[in-house]
Design a binder for this molecule. Structure first.
Ligand code: ACO
Length: 370
């Protein structure tokens, strides 16, 4: 038995949800470029769960279900108020999502219909939790979700209490479309491993949030913004990046395990970053990002991934840096739940082997002799 470090190149499951073939990402066979251009996030959620685009009445029904499920149990909101104010926002989300299960009467109902209803509730309630936590830690009261608006609109509304500008809703919606699913990424794999024991959907999503939190996965978008803030201006980019590369340090937001010729999602966010920079009259983050890309791609051949330009997009939307990864979760929960439902449909315990590299032929030594 020989291990493959990081399971690189290992095909661990079959799935009909999303694919990356020759660098092209599709959801249910539809190119991400097509979806980024034309689809709303809710259409994508439907596509991931049901395997087809919704017709008008199916989409209206999904909007209505998400709207009706968006309020979060008061007990969970009360718990958020007890978390230390400086709690990491992903740790808060992980804990609150785990707590949601305690107040869901269907938490342990494993029927497909109940699991789909729980998927809707999770998709609807993650944005409410993230926005509520963001306000509570600033000493403000959470804002109840608004009925009859999209997930993107509602999230921005619950964060600020103001009706968002159409361009802000459009930008966030595009980001949610682009982050919704990504084949067997680390957090989705974590979710599938968890539910393959026939554990419940809340356990699966809680595992996934824990996996997404790390800076080699979803946490990279926050790390990108921290880097941009640390550099400060375009004129300081070159010295900073050259120094990092000379020290063999990683530049966050670059590289990918699967895409070696570039992440197809990055260009859409780059375009949005430029548009928002113009609208907000602040091109600094975009200009710095372009310069970083030129240097890193030029010197290392590494291309930006989805996290790189999402940092400047969210900053232009005045979203606090430590909410970037929770926003990733707000979107990816659609993919996690689609994969969890698919895993349940055709389940087998996921239990790989390890190549043993420890000592052999050891004897137990009594404690007095150690
Ligand atoms: N900056 C500088 N060098 C890099 C980077 C980077 N961002 N990414 C990879 N490399 C280099 C590595 O140092 C390594 O060089 P070496 O062979 O000389 O040692 C080589 O490229 C291969 O890198 P690995 O880390 O082994 O590649 P792996 O496939 O394991 O990792 C990963 C992929 C984690 C995305 C990596 O590129 C990385 O750490 N990037 C920065 C973090 C990041 O942006 N993560 C988000 C990924 S997308 C997502 O999850 C949504």
């Amino acid at each position: 038995m020989t291990a493959t470090k990081g399971l690189e190149g290992i095909v661990a499951t079959t799935s009909s949800i999303s694919s990356i073939i020759d660098g092209v990402l599709t959801y249910r066979g539809i190119d991400i470029d097509d979806l980024a251009e034309h689809a709303s996030f809710e259409e994508v959620v439907y596509l991931l769960w049901y395997g087809k685009l919704p017709n008008k009445s199916e989409l209206e029904q999904l909007h209505a279900d998400l709207s009706a499920s968006a309020p979060v149990a008061d007990s969970v909101i009360q718990q958020l108020k007890l978390y230390p104010k400086n709690t990491n926002s992903m740790a808060a989300l992980r804990s609150a999502v785990s707590a949601l299960a305690l107040y869901d009467e269907e938490a342990n109902d494993m029927s497909p219909a109940a699991n789909l209803r729980k998927a809707i509730r999770l998709q609807a309630q993650l944005p409410t939790i993230v926005a509520a936590f963001a306000r509570i830690r600033e000493g403000k009261e959470p804002i109840a979700p608004k009925a009859g608006v999209s997930v993107s609109y509602n999230f921005l509304y619950m964060l600020t209490g103001n009706d968002p500008e159409p361009i802000a809703v459009e930008a966030l919606d595009k980001a949610l479309v682009l982050h919704a699913d990504h084949e067997l990424n680390a957090s989705t794999f974590a979710a599938r491993v968890t539910v393959a024991t026939l554990s419940d959907i809340y356990s699966g999503v809680t595992s996934a949030i824990g996996a997404l939190k790390g800076p080699l996965h979803g946490g990279a978008n926050e790390a990108v913004m921290a880097m941009l803030e640390e550099i400060g201006t375009s004129s300081d980019v070159e010295a900073y990046i050259n120094n990092k590369l000379a020290n063999k340090e990683k530049i966050m937001g670059f590289g990918h395990r699967v895409y070696k010729n570039g992440d197809p999602r990055a260009k859409h966010l780059q375009k949005m970053s430029r548009e928002l920079g113009k609208i907000t009259n602040n091109m600094n983050w975009y200009d710095m990002s372009i310069k970083i890309e030129e240097l890193v791609t030029g010197q290392k051949g590494l291309k930006p991934n989805v996290d790189f330009y999402s940092a400047s997009v969210y900053t232009s939307l005045e979203i606090p840096r430590d909410l970037f990864t929770p926003i990733f979760a707000i979107s990816r929960v659609s993919g996690w739940t689609a994969h969890i439902l698919e895993q349940y449909e055709n389940n087998r315990l996921i239990r790989p082997r390890a190549e043993y590299t420890g000592p052999v032929n050891q004897k137990y030594v009594p404690i007095e002799s150690r």
